[in-house]
Design a protein around this ligand. Structure first.
Ligand code: PLP
Length: 360
């Protein structure tokens, strides 16, 4: 067996401990005589899996009792529609455009109502987070929407927007469980799990109870109505059973790693290694303003497309894979999610130093 250092933006690296545990439990899950993939989602044994996963997530994030935790399908992209369908009472909401995922959510919301652009960083290829201290939020807005960590561009909000009393909806797909969070500051926190928590196919939405209601937009499909899912503890229909099980194993791993404060320390150490190198390198440059840098996604360039290509090819051959940047930014991007070990980042930086020496 030979494992690479996988810097993919998603689906992404998972903790080896979790993969091994899943392998051990594959043929016979804890004496049930079957794999988790093969069991009824209505069985006692599966009920324990999903309930334990939810409780562990509640413990990790300190989720208050007046918030529901939903395990859903359809990717984060389906929540782009579910958010306005469930929340647009006045058919008006504010969106902050900090990258492609925020923009897609904004465009989707326009199908259902009046989505208003409150601020944007499109003028500089989304390389910063705009000033969000005094936005043109109007009284009739149902919510304010952000993408908290911008996977493609490598920016992260360090302070949440002043929403002037409106509920904040946040897509945390690429920073889920990467550091402690105050859930009470949000109306809705949601994300696809394939970046930082588990296999593609599961979305977790954490929603304050009063935002889960019957009077959703006319025409909202039963499956996209949060109330349907909340009333049935995410078991209205067959959930993505196996994916939820893996998420549960990852929650257990994060607990053993010291919870979210442990994760934050681990992620800050890794990010410091790569950003400190980028700041002193004469070849590689980070593309994001320093104060808005993400701990999870680190885009960088050499300034020469041919050299970028050569770097990606040589890195791949050396076992550092999926470093090619998104096509709208070019260059490279190292995604260093929770499960990326510190050695992976240290060895990558060593490889970058050597590449720099050899390509002067
Ligand atoms: C990957 C990603 C998405 C899209 O997720 P899907 O599960 O593929 O729909 C949305 N938002 C952010 C921030 C992402 O990183």
């Amino acid at each position: 067996m030979s494992r690479v250092y996988n810097f993919s933006a998603g689906p992404a690296v998972l903790p080896e401990e979790v993969l091994k545990q899943a392998a051990d439990e594959m043929m016979d899950y804890r004496g049930s005589g079957m794999s988790v993939m093969e069991m009824s989602h209505r069985s006692k044994v599966y009920d324990d899996i999903i309930k334990t996963a939810e409780q562990d997530l509640r413990d990790l994030m300190g989720i208050p009792n007046n918030y529901k935790v939903l395990f859903l399908q359809g990717g984060a992209s389906q929540q782009f529609a579910a958010v306005p369908m469930n929340l647009m009472k006045n058919k008006r909401a504010g969106y902050i455009i900090t990258g492609q995922w925020a923009k897609k959510a904004y465009q989707e919301a326009k199908i259902y109502g009046d989505a208003v652009e409150l601020a944007s960083s499109a003028d500089k290829t989304f390389s910063y987070i705009p000033d969000v201290s005094d936005l043109p939020i109007t009284d009739d807005m149902d919510y304010v929407y952000i993408c908290e960590n911008n996977t493609i561009y490598g920016t992260k909000y360090k302070t949440l927007p002043n929403t002037k009393g409106k509920d904040l909806v946040s897509d945390v797909s690429s920073c889920f469980l990467s550091e402690p969070v105050d859930v009470t500051k949000y109306g809705v926190i949601y994300g696809g799990v394939q970046k930082n928590i588990g296999p593609a196919g599961v979305v977790i939405s954490i929603i304050r109870e009063d935002l889960i209601r019957d009077d959703v937009l006319a025409g909202t499909p039963t499956m996209l109505k949060w109330k349907t899912q909340a009333d049935n503890d995410s078991l209205y229909n067959t959930p993505p059973c196996y994916g939820i099980y893996i998420c549960g194993l990852v929650f257990g791993w994060i607990k053993r790693m010291g919870g979210l404060s442990g994760m934050k320390a681990h992620n800050e150490r890794k990010a410091a290694v790569i950003y400190e190198f980028l700041d002193k390198s004469e070849l590689f440059k980070g593309t994001v303003v320093k104060e808005d840098r993400s701990l999870m996604n680190v885009p960088f360039v050499t300034g020469d497309e041919e050299l970028d290509k050569k770097f990606v090819a040589e890195a791949t051959a050396a076992g550092f894979v999926n470093l090619k940047g998104h096509r709208t930014v070019g260059g490279m991007r190292a995604s260093i999610y929770n499960a990326m070990p510190i050695e992976g980042v240290e060895k990558l930086v060593q490889f970058m130093e050597d590449f720099e020496k050899n390509n002067k």
